[in-house]
Ligand binder design. Structure first.
Ligand code: ATP
Length: 360
C-alpha cells in the first residue's frame, strides 16, 4: 500500500476549528481508496508565537518541509504582531523558502447555492487561476532604500526561470483538464501594454506556448480579465498571472463561488506543496461553530490529486475525486447554506453531510 507523510498546520482562529473534521474526511477517502497517510501535527502561527515567543520554529519548518504535502488551515491574528509591526504568517515563509511558485486557485461553485451572477452558466463555472506566488510586485514588499518622506517604492520582479516554470505548469494543468473534457485553453492575464516586466512575462508565455501546440493559448490584459470575470467567467479554463493580479482575481473568483469559505488552493513548487483554503483566520466568527469548512475539505481533495500526479499514484487521484464528489453531493441535497452565505449551516452540519455521502 502506498504511504505518504502529511504535515498538518491548523494555525489560528477558525483554522483550528476546521482542521480536525477536514482531516477526518481526508482519512476516510484515503482508507476507501487504499492509500496510507501518516499525519504529523506542526504547530505554528500567531497563537504559537504568543505562547512560545516563536511563530515558526526552525525545527517545525524542517518537519513540514520533510512531508510529501502540507495541509494548512489559516494563520495570523490581527492583534498579534512581531515587534516590527508585521503579522505572524508562517504560510508566507513556506511559500518563499520552499519556492512554491504556482498558486492554484480553482473556481468551481457547489450546487444549489445562491450565487451573485444571474446567468445560469455561472452555476457551471470550472476554471483555475495559477497565481505566480514568489515574485511580481510582492517580491520586495518592504521599504525601499530610495524611500523618503516624499516617495515610496516597491520593485516588481519577473524572472525567466520562474515564469517558464509557471507557464509549463499551467499548460500541463490544461492538458490534464482537457483529458477530462474541459476546453484546454490557457489565458495569460498580464499588463504587457504598460509594464516592461509584464511584456517580458508575455514573451516567455508565447515561447512556452509553442511547446504545447495542442493546447489553445491567448493573452488578455488583466483589467479586461477583471471585466470578463464578472461579465462572462465561463469563457476561462486556466489563467496564469502575476502575483498581485492573481491575488485580486482570486477574490473575484471567491465571490463567484459565494464566499471565502468556499475557496480551495494549492501552493505548488518543484519539490513541495501546501494546500489551504484562501481565507484567513476570521477572528470575528471564531469559537461560534459558524466557520465554513468547504474550502478546507476541497483543499484536501487538491492535496490528494497532487499526490496522485506527483508520485504517480492513481489511488490518491481517486481519493481526491471521491472527496470532491462527496462535497458536491452534500451541496446537491439542497439542505446546506453556510452562515457566510446567509444560512445556518455551520462547520459540523457541513462536515457531517459530506461524511454521510462517503459512507452511504
Ligand atoms: P486575512 O487578513 O488573512 O485575509 P481575514 O480573516 O481578515 O484574513 P478573510 O479570510 O478575507 O479575512 O475573511 C473575511 C471575512 O470573511 C472573515 O472575517 C469572515 O467573516 C468571513 N470568512 C472568511 N472565511 C470564512 C469561513 N471559512 N467561514 C465563514 N466565514 C468566513
Amino acid at each position: 500500500m502506498r504511504s505518504f507523510k502529511i504535515a498538518v498546520m491548523p494555525g489560528d482562529g477558525i483554522g483550528q476549528e476546521i482542521t480536525s473534521p477536514a482531516v477526518e474526511l481526508v482519512k476516510e477517502v484515503a482508507r476507501q481508496s487504499g492509500i496510507q497517510l501518516q499525519w504529523v501535527n506542526v504547530p505554528a502561527g500567531a497563537q504559537h508565537y504568543q505562547e512560545t515567543g516563536d511563530g515558526f520554529p526552525e525545527s517545525h519548518f524542517q518537519e513540514a518541509a520533510s512531508a510529501d504535502a502540507i495541509y494548512l488551515a489559516a494563520m495570523g491574528l490581527p492583534d498579534v504582531r512581531y515587534p516590527d509591526g508585521t503579522e505572524v504568517g508562517p504560510q508566507h515563509d513556506l511559500r518563499k523558502r520552499l519556492q512554491l511558485y504556482a498558486g492554484v486557485r480553482p473556481c468551481r461553485p457547489m450546487p444549489c447555492l445562491p450565487l451573485p451572477l444571474s446567468d445560469p452558466r455561472s452555476k457551471t463555472l470550472d476554471f483555475v487561476i495559477v497565481r505566480e506566488s514568489t515574485e511580481g510586485i510582492f517580491a520586495e514588499p518592504r521599504k525601499h532604500p530610495l524611500d523618503n518622506d516624499g516617495a515610496a517604492h516597491n520593485l516588481t520582479r519577473v524572472t525567466r526561470e520562474t515564469s517558464e516554470k509557471l507557464f509549463r505548469f499551467s499548460f500541463q494543468l490544461a492538458e490534464r483538464r482537457k483529458q477530462r473534457g474541459l476546453p484546454g485553453l490557457v489565458t495569460c492575464a498580464d499588463k504587457a501594454n504598460v509594464l516592461s516586466s509584464q511584456a517580458f512575462f508575455r514573451t516567455i508565455f508565447d515561447e512556452i506556448s509553442l511547446e504545447y501546440p495542442h493546447i489553445e493559448s491567448e493573452h488578455q490584459y488583466v483589467d479586461a480579465a477583471a471585466l470578463d470575470f464578472v461579465r462572462a467567467p465561463w469563457r476561462y479554463d486556466v489563467i496564469p498571472t502575476e502575483n498581485q493580479y492573481g491575488d485580486i482575481l482570486s477574490d473575484i473568483s471567491a465571490a463567484l463561488m459565494g464566499g471565502m469559505g468556499m475557496t480551495s488552493s494549492g501552493e505548488i513548487g518543484d519539490n513541495h506543496a501546501v494546500f489551504q483554503p484562501c481565507h484567513g483566520s476570521a477572528p470575528d466568527i471564531m469559537g461560534q461553530g459558524k466557520a465554513n469548512p468547504t474550502g478546507m475539505i476541497l483543499s484536501g481533495a487538491l492535496l490528494l490529486d497532487y499526490l496522485g500526479t506527483r508520485f504517480d499514484c492513481p489511488e490518491a487521484t481517486s481519493a481526491g475525486q471521491l472527496l470532491e464528489s462527496a462535497t458536491m453531493a452534500a451541496y446537491a441535497t439542497g439542505t446546506l447554506l453556510p452562515w457566510e452565505l446567509g444560512g445556518r449551516s455551520g462547520t459540523k452540519e457541513i462536515v457531517d453531510l459530506v461524511g454521510q455521502q462517503l459512507t452511504s
